[in-house]
Design a protein. Structure first.
Length: 72
């Protein structure tokens, strides 16, 4: 599964980076956001714009979103 790591990326860059990643890497993919709530919100907005769904990788790791084409 392809993975995008957003550590050390600026919030202002996130929309373009995630859009490019999703265009060239169809789901399922992982996006590592870290623990920043703002970063998670920015990523989720882009995911929804593409019509995709996401969930946390697991309950202990809320800093990684798994993007899918369908709702689980």
């Amino acid at each position: 599964m392809e993975t995008l790591d957003l550590h050390n990326k600026r919030h202002s860059e996130v929309e373009r980076i995630v859009e490019d990643f999703l265009i060239f890497n169809p789901p399922p993919v992982k996006i590592i956001t870290g623990n920043s709530d703002k970063m998670k919100q920015l990523v989720i907005v882009v995911i929804k714009k593409f019509g995709f769904y996401c969930h946390y990788e697991n309950l202990r790791n809320s800093g990684c979103l798994v993007v899918t084409r369908t709702d689980l």
